[in-house]
Design a protein. Structure first.
Ligand code: DGL
Length: 268
């Protein structure tokens, strides 16, 4: 198979990884994508390291069936806990969202006070903090888990009073710490950026890991001479492990366009 025509594999615990697919489609429009959302076992954000690693290994195995040229872990929770293990087991280039997001935050902060929000498992891992300190140990990192944001986003409650009140509860401690940059360390959080800005103020820079991750994907593909040459129309395929109807119904919110056909599969 011509290397440049091979698809990029993307996996997430469910639907949220479509925010990463959106960024990939915008920035690398010639690339084909195979997306795997583990909707039967979502959420990962409440689970233990061993479970997250086990599921992530299975997700990679699934994507390898499609001859993918690299794999993007769209899920922050999987990236936090499983990336080193996945890189040990598989030869295909695997890109997580943590390092790209951390690098963007290091570049953005002026007062060296950075906030990180994510699922409980992501925050427990300390992965963003570690990645930031690898680059600049002087940066102070303030972390906050925000477990209610994922269901709020999936429910479509992005701007109203309920979302605002929840955001105020979670984000006030970070505001008190005078952060000037906040990493949106979860696939779902870019959808509530405007509510987060309302609480923290417009001057706080919100870092969307998805954007930065695509830059890293481009670099990896260029480095291995595997960027698509654009000669064939890209193909997008979506697989989920539970009933596709929920994914179909709200997927456009994350992807910015209607999700085409979605197939239900068993991961292992
Ligand atoms: N995709 C997950 C993440 O980015 C959020 C949903 C979950 O808890 O599985 O961390």
């Amino acid at each position: 198979m011509n290397g440049t025509r091979q698809p990029i594999g993307v996996f997430d615990s469910g639907i949220g990884g479509l925010t990463v697919v959106k960024a990939l489609v915008e920035e690398l429009p010639s690339e084909s994508i195979v997306y795997f959302g583990d909707t039967a076992r979502v959420p990962y954000g409440t689970k233990s390291k061993s479970t997250i690693v086990k599921f992530s290994l299975e997700n990679v195995e699934f994507l390898l069936r499609f001859g993918v040229k690299c794999i993007v872990i769209a899920c922050n929770t999987s990236s936090s806990w499983a990336l080193p293990t996945l890189r040990k087991y598989f030869k295909v280039p695997i890109i997580g969202v943590i390092r790209p997001g951390a690098l963007a935050a290091v570049r953005a902060t002026r007062n060296k006070r950075v906030g990180v929000i994510g699922t409980t498992a992501t925050i427990r891992s300390g992965a963003y903090e570690t990645a930031i300190h690898r680059v600049d140990p002087r940066i102070k990192v303030f972390s906050q888990h925000c477990p209610l944001f994922v269901p709020l986003v999936e429910e479509g409650w992005l701007n109203g009073s309920v979302c605002l009140e929840v955001a105020e509860r979670y984000l006030h401690p970070l505001k008190r710490e005078r952060i000037d940059t906040l990493i949106l360390g979860c696939t779902h959080y870019p959808l509530i950026s405007s509510t987060i800005h309302k609480v923290l103020g417009p001057e706080v820079v919100l870092v969307d890991s998805a954007q930065q991750t695509v830059t890293e994907v481009r670099g990896v593909l260029m480095g291995t001479d595997a960027l698509s040459n654009g000669n064939t129309r890209p193909r997008y395929r979506f697989f989920v492990t539970d009933e596709p109807s929920h994914f179909n119904r709200i997927g456009h919110r994350f992807l910015g366009q209607v999700v085409g056909s979605v197939e239900r599969v068993n991961p292992v």
